[in-house]
Design a protein around this ligand. Structure first.
Ligand code: ZN
Ligand code: ZN
Length: 313
């Protein structure tokens, strides 16, 4: 497991110089930054009531399900099929997460898989750890949905409507939280839960490409990370995922907890979702780094880093 356990240090991972159009726009990012301040100050001032605490749990882990099962495994990867009404339900649940619309999210995510850990990757940690975590979201270049990458869903008028009005849906969610839990429900139940939900989601783009183990040969730096799998309902099995992107199941073995897949299985019993793609036994057993296969992703990452260092020297 030598290769699987090898870890580049964070500081050594900035291999790519970002092009000049890939930088944070601090002015347009002010609402995003202010959102964090409002969450902290509001929670301190109004405290945490029992109802707000319950809302917080539901708003972090209930909502992230719409990101993992909806935005990611359905819209970005089409790892299962469903009917048009449930597709719309997934989209509306997704926009309540305040991570823009399904076309924006899934389109950019497809771009990540097309160009993983190359200059074309929107959020490779090889462009900088914080860039991969949050910087790319605050950059004008990626502000619009890449519709050419997501034509298969952009053709639905109801999805374009949800996409267009995603901000309104997000604020309606805030109003709902206020009506249920008062000021504490608003600041802790909505603002703070949204901040935690954001960074919980972003961990997959940053930490799960830096910390963890690599089981399969992939031409990127993706890793399996148990802790992130727990906090993100199964998305931490990110090396598995990059190995077989179309799978509805990211935890490939029984000990790899993947609550998103388990809930999709339950929904499939009622025929709400169907045709869940899962890896074959042969696929699970092949291309293991531990079997002596060259770790292509790490070899490439090391090479790119060395080249960047020699240019600087
Ligand atoms: Zn990735
Ligand atoms: Zn993916």
């Amino acid at each position: 497991m030598d290769h699987a356990s090898s870890t580049l240090t964070t500081s050594s991972r900035t291999a790519f110089e970002r092009p000049t159009d890939e930088k944070v726009n601090w002015v347009s990012s002010l609402p995003f930054l202010a959102f964090h301040v409002v969450a902290v100050v509001g929670t301190i001032v109004f405290g945490i009531t029992p109802i707000a605490l319950a809302m917080f749990v539901v708003m972090v882990w209930g909502r992230i399900w719409f990101i993992t099962a909806g935005y990611h495994r359905y819209f970005a990867h089409r790892s299962y099929r469903t009917n048009r009404a449930f597709q719309l339900f997934l989209a509306v649940g997704g926009v309540m997460c305040v991570q823009k619309g399904p076309l924006w999210w899934a389109g950019h995510h497809r771009e990540h898989h097309r160009n993983s850990d190359t200059e074309g990757d929107v959020h490779s940690p090889l462009k900088g750890f914080w860039w991969s975590h949050v910087g790319w979201i605050l950059c004008d270049k990626f502000a619009e949905p890449p519709l050419e990458r997501i034509k298969d869903f952009a053709k639905y008028p109801e999805l374009r409507f949800v996409e267009k009005w995603n901000g309104t849906f997000a604020w309606l969610t805030a109003v709902l939280c206020f009506l249920i839990g008062g000021w504490s429900g608003l600041f802790f139940g909505f603002f703070m839960s949204t901040v935690v939900l954001w960074h919980n989601t972003f961990l997959v783009n940053s930490f799960a490409h830096v910390f963890g183990r690599r089981r399969y040969v992939t031409d990127d730096t993706s890793r399996n990370n148990f802790l992130i799998a727990l906090t993100t309902l199964g998305e931490g099995w990110h090396n598995n995922h990059h190995y077989y992107q179309a799978s509805a199941r990211n935890g490939f073995f029984w000990w790899e907890i993947d609550l998103t897949y388990q809930t999709l299985r339950v929904l499939s019993w009622f025929n709400i979702v169907r045709d869940l793609k899962v890896p074959s036994a042969e696929m699970l057993a092949s291309n293991r780094i531990a079997d002596g296969n060259l770790d292509v992703g790490m070899a490439r990452a090391e090479r790119v880093r060395a080249e960047a260092a020699s240019v600087k020297a």
